[in-house]
Design a protein around this ligand. Structure first.
Ligand code: C5P
Length: 306
């Protein structure tokens, strides 16, 4: 069995630059890789099969992006070069959480199958297939800290910096990325600096019409839309900010996960003990850390869970 490590990400900054003719939005965002990872195991077979394990064992297999990735890859190279694979996915990354788990699994499938069947595909070929699966998938072919443009597929490397502890505040109810972008478009977002937007459902207002998660905190333009769909997000953000004033607190991707990024060397166990007791029921707290590009590359074909 070939193990493939599929890490999560957070977006420490996400700006929506505009809407495109193809219905997608152009973004300007930062990706930061995390140690928290799913594991995909692959072995050669004559057909494509996927078994889900761990937190995903009750999810429908047919919808899984790993299968979609494998089918697209097989269609691109032909069945003679890649007849199939027996695949087992062990999920640890929360699903529909804004942590990129499904996209990372799909990228892991592309890289893993390329190696398993010695396809030797060029990076651009894999990136093209990856973007056809989802906007975040090209990022996960690379990993580490990256700035993204376009749908998130135009990537440039950022300095990794020191490893930092990260706490993830994860709501049990996930959010669909498509629905958050739809809500964003429906709100017909005015220029970021000119208004104060108030969520009708929650009454929470966002200074500058966005997205600011608090003073000096990272901004995410999808926040007002996410709050309409998951009204308790505003409250959770405030809580995390109040309890961990020393952390950078923000929403990752289209949510609903809130990240608390701590300084390198901070005692994350102490911060976790402070935050966990005040979180409402149905909200989990996970501790992980940032993962640099070199570690991402070096541990790609291993079983590590982070
Ligand atoms: O690409 P992905 O499958 O993650 O996108 C899910 C949905 O989110 C898309 O169908 C699209 O409606 C919306 N989206 C968008 N702009 C992006 C990424 C996603 O409008 N850059």
């Amino acid at each position: 069995m070939l193990p493939v490590r599929c890490p999560a990400k957070i977006n420490t900054r996400l700006r929506v630059v505009g809407r495109r003719p193809d219905g997608f939005h152009d973004l300007d965002l930062d990706f930061v890789g995390l140690a928290l990872s799913d594991t995909l195991e692959l072995e050669r077979a004559d057909t494509l099969e996927l078994v889900l394990d761990g937190a995903a064992s009750d999810l429908p297999v047919e919808d899984n992006l790993v299968l979609r990735a494998a089918r697209r890859l097989r269609a691109a190279v032909g069945e003679a070069r890649m007849p199939g694979a027996r695949m087992r996915l062990t999920k640890r990354i929360p699903v529909a959480a804004g942590l990129g788990g499904g996209s990372s699994d799909a990228a892991g499938a592309l890289l893993g199958l390329d190696r398993l069947w010695s396809l030797g595909l060029a990076g651009e070929v894999l990136a093209g297939i990856a973007l056809g699966i989802g906007s975040d998938v090209p990022y996960f072919l690379e990993g580490g800290r990256r700035a993204g443009h376009g749908r998130g597929e135009i990537l440039s490397r950022l300095p990794d910096g020191p490893e930092q502890p990260v706490l993830l505040v994860v709501s049990s109810q996930g959010l669909s990325t498509g629905m958050v972008f739809e809500e964003f478009a429906r709100q017909a977002h005015p220029p970021a600096s000119s208004v104060v937007l108030t969520s009708r459902k929650t009454g929470i207002s966002f200074p500058n019409g966005t997205s600011d998660c608090g003073q000096g905190a990272p901004a995410n333009d999808l926040l007002p839309a996410a709050v309409v769909l998951a009204p308790r997000l505003g409250e959770l953000l405030q809580l995390a900010r109040d309890v961990v004033p020393e952390g950078r607190v923000g929403l990752t991707g289209s949510g609903p996960t809130i990240f608390v990024l701590l300084e390198a060397g901070a005692d994350s166990a102490e911060v976790k003990d402070r935050l966990a007791p005040v979180l409402p029921e149905g909200v989990a707290l996970l501790a992980t850390r940032t993962m640099a590009f070199a570690e991402h590359e070096g541990t790609r074909f291993s079983r590590l869970a982070g």
